[in-house]
Design a binder for this molecule. Structure first.
Ligand code: FE2
Length: 423
């Protein structure tokens, strides 16, 4: 007896519509016509079925705090940091918990079933870590959450950060974070990278650092992160988030850096929505776009994902956690309008991000977890173009969210005309 059959699904790499059979939370088979006993059948009507969206860079501790204790009037990074400094000490475990739990429901409704969240471990009480560890457990049936111990104010620069970060890892936080460009100088930044990578290697953990999130063309922490990755044999286990300095670096130097990144199998997360709004703020004109060199990194076979980073927090007032918004922005900022590049932007919010999080059994293939979304469109191209309804969000073979197909109606010269944007 099958648990679920999804009929007439449009899948990538298949010429015609397929049926997906699910048993015990796994995809049993994908065939043109599945036969077998099943009381639970969904007809996808030719809609595009994709593995779930994965957000490999987010901040659950700050999300949905927009307006608390006040709105970021200037919209700048500096006022955002000041706001977080005002808000964070007032927050209780229950506040972090309630906001993150609400946010996860937004994510699931948008088909995001994997999330890597940095959590600020600067506060010695580690309230956010305590709250988010519980959220991670409560959400396990619905989505995979990884937490990164993130010393927001600097691993060496912030008093107590070293001890707090180690305590957070002992509490069960999954990944070692860092922020070398925020240390006092290049030397201390490099020291922080070396110490944090060593810590991760000793504990057998992954690394994900905010690295060179600046417009400084002379910042060199990516190079250091690569060197430490290679030194410790951690190839493929280290992610560099943002890497925006690469946008402004000398081209000759980047040609060397790309080779180092490929050698270290560096995993890269760009955050287009945030990078396009926060970087280049000291520029007049010409004004830099601020996103790392996504297209060129991909051409050098370096794995790149797009993250959302923030939703309605001190740094970014917008967002609904739709990873198709992220892919759409990344495509535009990176000028990735070639046919293969459009697909690459879709991969950046799905399979590339899953690879960074090292999620097992990801994908719509036999033997994989039965985690996928039925989108109200036919192709990845239309998914990015239309950001359509997520008709069904399925986790381990169970429908965990449904959205009605949207059919906008417009009036032209007094006549009602129905427009189906999905055709
Ligand atoms: Fe971030």
């Amino acid at each position: 007896m099958l648990d679920l059959i999804v009929k007439n699904a449009k899948l990538q790499n298949h010429d015609c519509e397929q049926d997906i059979a699910i048993k015990d939370g796994k995809i049993l088979t994908i065939e043109k016509q599945v036969t077998g006993e099943c009381s639970n059948i969904i007809d996808a009507h030719g809609c595009f079925v994709t593995p779930p969206f994965i957000d490999s860079h987010f901040h659950l501790d700050a999300t949905l705090s927009y307006g608390q204790p006040r709105i970021n009037q200037s919209g700048t990074l500096l006022e955002g940091i000041a706001l977080w400094g005002e808000l964070n000490p007032t927050q209780k475990v229950e506040d972090f918990h309630a906001r993150a739990m609400e946010f996860c429901q937004w994510s699931i409704a948008r088909g995001v079933l994997g999330l890597r969240s940095h959590v600020d471990v600067t506060d010695e009480n580690l309230l956010a870590a305590e709250a988010l560890l519980d959220v991670r457990e409560k959400m396990k049936p619905y989505m995979d959450i990884q937490l990164v111990a993130f010393p927001q104010n600097g691993y060496l620069r912030s008093p107590g950060a070293k001890q707090n970060l180690s305590r957070a890892l002992e509490m069960g936080v999954d990944v070692v974070g860092g922020i070398p460009h925020f240390e006092r100088n290049m030397d201390e930044g490099a020291t922080s990278v070396r110490q944090l990578c060593q810590l991760a290697a000793d504990k057998g953990l992954l690394v994900d650092m905010h690295c060179d999130e600046s417009d400084d063309p002379l910042s060199r922490h990516i190079e250091t992160l690569c060197a430490q990755t290679t030194r410790l044999g951690m190839e493929g286990r280290v992610a560099g988030s943002h890497l925006t300095s690469m946008h402004s670096m000398d081209n000759y130097y980047v040609s060397k850096l790309m080779a180092l990144m490929a050698e270290a199998d560096m995993q890269v997360v760009a955050n287009p929505l945030i990078n396009i709004t926060l970087q280049g703020r000291h520029d007049t004109y010409p004004k830099r776009r601020g996103m790392t060199r996504v297209k060129e990194l991909m051409e050098n076979n370096i794995n790149v994902a797009f993250g959302h980073d923030c939703v309605m927090d001190p740094w970014y007032s917008f967002g609904s956690h739709d990873m198709l918004d992220v892919a759409h922005m990344g495509l535009h900022v990176g000028q990735m309008t070639g046919v293969a590049q459009i697909q690459n932007c879709f991969d950046a919010v799905t399979c590339n991000a899953a690879r960074i999080m090292q999620l097992d059994d990801y994908g719509v293939t036999p033997g994989s977890n039965a985690d996928f979304i039925v989108l109200d469109c036919n192709t990845p191209f239309d998914a990015i173009r239309l950001r359509p309804a997520r008709l069904y969000v399925i986790r381990r073979g169970q429908v965990i969210s449904k959205t009605d197909r949207s059919k906008p109606v417009v009036t032209i010269e007094g006549r009602d005309r129905k427009i189906d944007f999905t055709l």
